[in-house]
Write a protein that binds this ligand. Structure first.
Ligand code: TMP
Length: 198
């Protein structure tokens, strides 16, 4: 089983690309499941509502621990027993380093300890779809912002820079793709990398 994760700030087009990649994998006679984080289990989706819809003032520490509670549930309930050839994640633990570490300013060392504590498997490949904060939010102009999306431009600049730093430190695993390209071009770039895993 191979794990591929998709990362990036809001509006980069992750969901479109994940679905196109799933179609490609299946066209090669292989199977793939898609998980989104936080979520993809009953408990995880309940936690997601608290994280995204809560009107309460959720502390940044609670936010981090809830992300990991949802992730721990997903790993133990679904990832560990998955028998598909590929698991495609719409965000995984790099998101916690970028959003809660670089964005909220929580300790990256502590986050790395949580990653080990819940036995997160290491992805075989990660695509970081990169876009400026301005262009990302332009694409979501008609959407109502959820709790995290309402965190402001400075927060998202830090998240974006955080992602780029994580990518720089692990260039073998993390491929940075310019998310301003066309859907077709980005899909081609992704398939080129994924073909190496087939
Ligand atoms: P999305 O599924 O629409 O991308 O929403 C998930 C939101 O949660 C998004 O704003 C990113 C955020 N998030 C974190 O802050 N930390 C995490 O670890 C994960 C997985 C997501």
């Amino acid at each position: 089983m191979k794990i591929i994760t998709f990362e990036g700030i809001e509006g980069v087009g992750k969901s479109t690309q994940i679905n196109l990649l799933k179609d490609y994998i299946e066209s090669r006679g292989l199977s793939a499941s898609i998980f989104r984080e936080p979520g993809s289990t009953v408990i995880g989706e309940n936690i997601r509502s608290i994280l995204l819809d809560s009107k309460e003032n959720l502390s940044k520490e609670s936010e981090l621990l809830l992300m990991f509670a949802a992730r721990a549930q997903l790993i133990s309930e679904k990832v560990k027993i998955s028998n598909t050839d590929f698991i495609l994640f719409d965000r995984f633990y790099d998101a916690s380093v970028a959003y809660q570490g670089f964005g909220r300013g929580l300790s990256v060392d502590f986050i790395n300890n949580l990653i080990s504590f819940i036995n997160c498997p290491q992805p075989d490949l990660t695509f970081l779809l990169d876009i400026s904060v301005e262009n990302g939010f332009k694409r979501k102009i008609d959407d109502v912002k959820d709790r995290i999306e309402s965190s402001g431009d400075e927060f998202f600049e830090n998240v974006r820079q955080g992602y780029l730093e994580i990518a720089k430190s692990q260039p073998e695993r993390i491929k940075v793709i310019d998310a301003m390209g066309s859907i077709e071009d980005i899909n081609k770039e992704i398939i080129k990398e994924v073909s190496k895993l087939l």
